[in-house]
Ligand binder design. Structure first.
Ligand code: AOF
Ligand code: ZN
Length: 347
């Protein structure tokens, strides 16, 4: 029971790195001294910066106590020379006798080598404590490492009668202001945000987070024939933007055109190619804000991890139909202002 509490503390510390460690995982670490109390703590604060173990061990005042301490860390200590030296070596050098780990590191550079290194040095090692909670915290990191694609969050708002937009994609305000605020918060939580051509054309979205503080996502759209008006907000150079196309256009500051091979033309082929390219660029997650073709293709090819659907009490009577999902398979449903938010997970 106390071990669980120590690991919970380490997970809480890890979560403080939300938004600043990506595409690295969030990792927390707690040092428990010989008296059974916490004598040191730390977490991975910044991509490229020191790992959790380094910060936690350095925070211990009496370094001699490390020889009799138990170290709780939420991810397998690393074994590789990355931007920082291996944490496994540090734990060995400090003479730590026991390490308790939450999740094994799926990164092929580590993947068991950290644990083996510790064991080979005679350190007592156990793993899997609160593993479900650890995976949930680092869902983006685990998806990126294991599926070699970004974590995909589908989000849309639909009317009570199941429409996303008016006839001919005419934009209509469907969800209320609280849903809008939450959407802006979500935009700060994912590395990228993607919309299809027609949504980009008709909504002329800015795709930034204006109503919530935090990092801005990389904006992504699809524009096969480069038909979107260059005066649209997406091309204003205000934040990094990627346009996937079949044509060629030279890059401008904060605006890159990525030419897809001609045989990759229809949405079901384009989206896996886009996700693979985003993965190669180190973007660990993407919030997909429409429209129906993009969302439909991702649903059909099972390339999604979460779906967040706002259902408004408003009726539209006519328009563009929302993707059909069994609204009964939601994990949670809650009221957000006047709307109902249905939250789905793909298992
Ligand atoms: C740890 N403790 O706190 C973290 C780990 O480029 P680097 O050197 O920062 O290495 C990044 C990789 O190290 C990352 O992909 C993951 O496998 C591991 N992260 N490991 O022991 C930490 N953040
Ligand atoms: Zn490390």
């Amino acid at each position: 029971m106390t071990d669980e509490l120590f690991m919970r503390r380490a997970l809480d510390l890890a979560a403080l790195g939300q938004g600043t460690t990506r595409p690295n995982p969030m990792v927390g670490c707690v040092v428990v001294g010989p008296a059974g109390t916490i004598i040191g703590e730390g977490y991975h604060q910044q991509y490229g910066g020191p790992h959790a173990e380094v910060n936690a061990l350095a925070s211990v005042e009496d370094q001699d106590l490390l020889r009799q301490s138990r170290v709780f860390v939420t991810l397998e200590p690393c074994s590789h020379h990355g931007k920082t030296p291996p944490c496994a070596d540090l734990l060995i050098a400090k003479g730590v006798p026991e390490v308790v780990v939450c999740n094994d590191d799926p990164n092929p550079l580590v993947s068991g080598r950290g644990l083996n290194k510790l064991r080979a040095a005679g350190i007592k090692v156990s793993t899997g404590l609160l593993a479900t909670e650890g995976r949930a915290l680092n869902k983006r990191f685990f998806t990126m490492q294991e599926k070699k694609r970004p974590y995909v969050v589908l989000k849309w708002a639909e009317s009570a009668d199941g429409f996303l937009a008016g006839p001919h994609f005419q934009p209509v305000q469907i969800s209320g202001p609280q849903a809008g605020l939450l959407t802006h918060k979500w935009r700060t939580e994912e590395a990228a945000i993607l919309v299809g051509t027609r949504t980009a054309l008709h909504d002329n979205p800015r795709l930034n987070a204006r109503e919530w503080p935090g990092p801005q996502p990389v904006r992504i759209t699809l524009d096969k024939n480069l038909s979107l008006p260059p005066s649209h907000h997406l091309f204003d150079g205000s934040q990094p933007t990627l346009v996937y196309t079949h044509r060629h256009r030279d890059a401008r500051p904060n605006l890159d055109f990525i030419t897809l091979p001609p045989d990759i033309a229809a949405a079901p082929d384009v989206l896996p190619a886009v996700l693979a390219d985003l993965h190669a660029r180190g973007l660990e997650s993407v919030l997909v804000e429409g429209g129906p073709t993009v969302v439909g293709a991702l649903l059909a090819s099972d390339l999604w991890d979460e779906m967040r659907v706002f259902r408004s009490p408003r009726r539209l009577e006519r328009g563009i139909a929302a993707p059909r999902v069994g609204l009964r398979s939601w994990r949670t449903a809650e009221n957000v202002g006047e709307d109902k938010l249905f939250w789905f997970e793909n298992h």
